[in-house]
Design a protein around this ligand. Sequence first.
Ligand SMILES: [Fe+2]
Length: 355
Amino acid sequence: MQLIAVDELREGMVLAQDVVSDAFVNIVTESTIVTQDIIDKLEKLDIEFVYVHSEMVTNDEVDFSESEPVFDNLEDEKALNYNFNKTVDKIKNIFNDLKFGVADIKAEMDGTLDPLLSGIITNNNILSSLRCMKYDDDYTLKHSVNVGLLAAMIGKWYGLNDHQVSELALAGTLHDVGKSKIPRYILNKPSELTAQEFGIAKQHVVYGYEILKESRGFSDEICEGVLYHHERFNGLGYPQAIKGQSIPLYARIIAIADVFDALTNDKVYRGKISPFLAADVIKSMSFEELDPQISNLFLKKIAEFYVGNKVLLSTGEEGEIIYLNKFSLTKPLVQIGEKFVDLSMKTDVKIKEVL
Ligand SMILES: [Fe+2]
């Protein structure tokens, strides 16, 4: 571990300690891979020194070229959108093929996620990428790829190895593949499902598991990640109502990615909500339904990501997130012009939108 000046900090270095402000608020956590965004954020907040893993400072042999942000310029953004849409189209083909019989999912997905995943594995910044992805087709298709990428991101934050991260991406992307066997009128019904319709819809997890098992080439972990993604930590999920740690890890991670993406994207029957309001929902669910440890890690990383971002408050005012409140991550300190608003003290004011 070595203390270095922020102006000597380079992309690809790994922080060896949490970076905490004078007000004891966490700005960036230990083990975060440094990106240009993080360097800018630290400079903006007048942080002068940070601890990094020393081998990253002294080893000139280390090649950080792959740690470049995924989209530094328009070309990269275009490439990202191209790869995203290509992946969504693959999922569309799989869903269509499955309606008429069996799809060769393994062949269809082989290498498809790699260009998107390389960005996740070398760069913590998938959230801004997801915000840029544009796809005007079926919600389920876009949601599938988003969940795959978010699940992979959470897996990376959780400390899983690259093989596990890519398995999670695959399991997340295919988590709802069983919906190809559910009648469309149920999937697209804008009003609440009847008990009978809900019973049919719930079968998608079993269908998904069977489809992947029959396809061969998918590990048990991937198949079980799909089967159990609607299980809940308190044992009130489906299909088997298993609880706590007995729910496989991939499924616990996919559950969080699934809920977060569903809340932050427009759906047929509900408008999207801001990442902070979605994070509040994840937080409330973490007491009973979602894995509390993984949820907390997710909240911490999400909140950190948005420090420095412009936001629209429920009061109609625009401001900038300045500091995170360590004990209330979804309620940061926001600067509006000359004044500072501590959202943890103002329970009636929410972050309506991230600009
Ligand atoms: Fe599902």
